[in-house]
Design a protein around this ligand. Structure first.
Ligand SMILES: [Zn+2]
Length: 255
């Protein structure tokens, strides 16, 4: 018989240290295009090229012409019921942390507190020369005020980048370490909207399973870990996770 949201609810309620791992699939339900699929802004510019460290360093104007509208696009999109449900699970103490591949800040805006962004995020700006950090709003304001559209560091004058990890840039060590720590401690890992093929998150389910933990997977497409999942749900994450919360409510009422 196919697994149900109630199965996932039971798994989470029995967990000591449940961790959620999310990928692009949770945000496509908010209308954010996955850059791997065709269409929109990605068609005119190859993100692997224009969104790379090489372009940022050698052609900052071109980089920011591409990057600046992308920041507005993400600002105009709201968290969806899946982000809300994940935040609600944390509020209820049923989830200890959220590890995400997404850079869109939608988990934070939905209220998730313990958030590990392994590909960085749009929430701040950083200077690669002197390590100065500014808010995302300040970064946008500086880009808009600059004649060439390139935000610059007020301390050293170098062009600033957002906190998003660029192609050709190392992943943030602190976030990777925190993700591994949570995977080691996790007795349940719930995967939402990640195809589990991109490192480093592709390694995390193995850490959980090797440590005796259980795996739940909620994605529309297949993943390499489906055969090891204790609970496997398909369909829209928003719909399924709202049903999980309802199942938890019912179990709490009826003991
Ligand atoms: Zn600087």
């Amino acid at each position: 018989m196919a697994d149900t949201p109630a199965d996932l609810a039971r798994l989470l309620m029995g967990a000591e240290h449940a961790v959620v791992l999310t990928g692009a699939g949770i945000s496509t339900e908010s209308g954010i295009p996955d850059f791997r699929s065709a269409g929109g802004v990605w068609e005119e510019n190859d993100p692997m090229e224009v969104g790379s460290m090489a372009t940022f360093v050698t052609e900052p104007e071109r980089f920011w012409r591409f990057h600046r509208p992308r920041m507005d696009m993400v600002d105009g999109i709201a968290p969806n019921p899946a982000h809300e449900a994940v935040a609600e699970l944390e509020r209820r103490g049923l989830v200890k942390a959220v590890i995400t591949q997404n850079i869109d800040r939608l988990h934070a805006r939905a209220g998730t507190q313990e958030l590990i962004e392994v590909h960085g995020s749009l929430g701040h700006g950083v200077c690669l020369r002197c390590d100065a950090r500014i808010s995302g709003d300040e970064l946008k304001a500086r880009a808009d005020d600059a004649e060439d559209g390139v935000p610059r560091c007020s301390a050293c004058g170098f062009q600033m980048k957002s906190g998003v990890v660029l192609f050709g840039e190392p992943l943030p060590a602190e976030a990777i370490e925190a993700a591994h720590d949570h995977a080691i401690r996790a007795d349940v890992m719930l995967v939402v909207g990640s195809s589990l093929v991109v490192a480093p998150v592709s390694q995390l389910p193995g850490i959980v399973v090797d440590g005796g933990g259980k795996l739940a997977i909620l994605t529309q497409s297949e993943t390499p870990w489906d055969h090891r999942a204790d609970v496997r749900l398909h369909g829209l994450a928003g719909v399924q996770l709202v049903e999980v919360i309802e199942a938890i409510d019912a179990m709490e009422v009826h003991g």
